[in-house]
Design a binder for this molecule. Structure first.
Ligand code: 5GP
Ligand code: MN
Length: 346
């Protein structure tokens, strides 16, 4: 049995909304990851099983390693089909905002979503959600939005309507947001849910291979290269990786190729904080990814130095300037946070 984490009145409220709705739009954050796609497509499959007209709209393209996901072909990419997407958003009965806590995380879609008269629900697991939806289901203690979607569907009484495809999507989000159940994954109910998803026929090992083991040769060579340039700050138990546009072009870089790189330095015995700086190919900025093990608050550092946020152990932000400047700011940041940067397990 699962504990009743989501407030009953919110479950009842959303039940009424979706039952009365004809047209439902689901949106998630820019640079969609496994949980953004998993929670959105999982919810979409469920709502479609209830004969609703559902459109998943993402601000920009999702990475290739998620292309196998059932329903991904029908995802509308906002920056390609803005006019059509604006019309759907404006005319929706309900808009479900998944896996983000701040309206700016949906980028150029924000205006259209804010302007729409649709009923809006937020389902998310980031800290401090902004107040732009009537129903806010926000649970930072839950490791993925996909898990929240599973809990919501079950609590509304529709476990039996979770299809194989829906289960595949939900599992994908749960798996990717916990690094294959290697962090944020000690809640035993996670494994109860996995067991329920397996009862729908999913092949979890196959999903792992499809997500994590289908990269190109050039991606692996890029990883090797990036690791040779890694800088380790011994006194701070910190490591820094970086990747410029020039370096990307030498390795036929495509979107998603550096996914997961930021986690690799955490496999060093004494490193508890890792940063990856990547020059963005679309926007003139440097994307900052931060990861930690233990109690080090990545999100605090991200907010203070890189205008970002996220979770305690996984957060990010943006930097406007050169790579060298970004590195300097990062070094100032770790200098300031040095007292909190201790070796693993200390
Ligand atoms: P990633 O490093 O995978 O891009 O992001 C990890 C987590 O950090 C995301 O799930 C999200 O919570 C947070 N995050 C990443 N980039 C940003 C950002 O620019 N702003 C905010 N507020 N959070 C971010
Ligand atoms: Mn998530």
């Amino acid at each position: 049995m699962l504990s009743k984490i989501i407030n009953q009145s919110k479950i009842d409220h959303f039940s009424k909304w979706f039952q009365r709705a004809d047209s439902i739009v689901i949106v998630s954050h820019v640079s969609p990851d496994g949980d953004a796609m998993g929670s959105s497509l999982g919810l979409a499959h469920f709502l479609e099983s209830q004969d609703k007209t559902v459109t998943v709209i993402m601000p920009n393209a999702f990475p290739d390693f998620l292309r196998w996901m059932p329903g991904s072909k029908d995802v509308l990419i906002y920056d390609k089909y803005k006019e059509y997407a604006d019309e759907l958003i404006a005319n929706a009965d309900v808009i479900c905002c998944l896996d983000f806590n701040a309206i700016k995380r949906i980028d150029t879609m924000a205006d259209a979503v804010l302007a729409s008269s649709a009923r809006k629900i937020l389902i998310d697991h980031h800290l401090n959600p902004e107040d732009f939806c009537r129903i806010i289901i926000s649970h930072p203690e839950i490791s993925s939005t996909s898990e929240l979607v599973f809990r919501l569907i079950c609590r509304m009484g529709y476990f039996s309507d979770i299809s194989y495809e829906c289960a595949q999507c939900i599992y994908t989000g749960m798996m990717t947001d916990t690094g294959g159940f290697t962090f944020n994954s000690n809640n035993r109910e996670v494994y109860f849910i996995i067991s329920e998803l397996l009862s729908k026929g999913i092949d979890k090992d196959d999903i792992y291979r499809k997500v994590f083991n289908t990269y190109s040769e050039s991606r692996l060579r890029l990883m090797g290269y990036v690791l040779t340039t890694m800088k380790v700050y011994d006194g701070c138990s910190t490591a820094l990786l970086s990747l410029t546009k020039d370096e990307q072009s030498k390795f036929d870089y495509i979107k998603g190729d550096s996914e997961g790189f930021v986690n690799i330095p955490l496999s060093i015995k004494d490193v508890c904080f890792s940063c990856f700086l990547r020059e963005d190919t679309e926007k003139q900025m440097i994307k900052v990814s931060l990861r930690s093990v233990g109690t080090f608050p990545c999100n605090q550092l991200a907010a203070e130095f890189f205008g970002g946020g996220g979770h305690l152990n996984a957060s990010g932000g943006e930097f406007y300037g050169t790579m060298e400047e970004a590195k300097e700011v990062f070094e100032q940041a770790i200098e300031k946070y040095k007292p909190l940067l201790q070796k693993k397990g200390q």
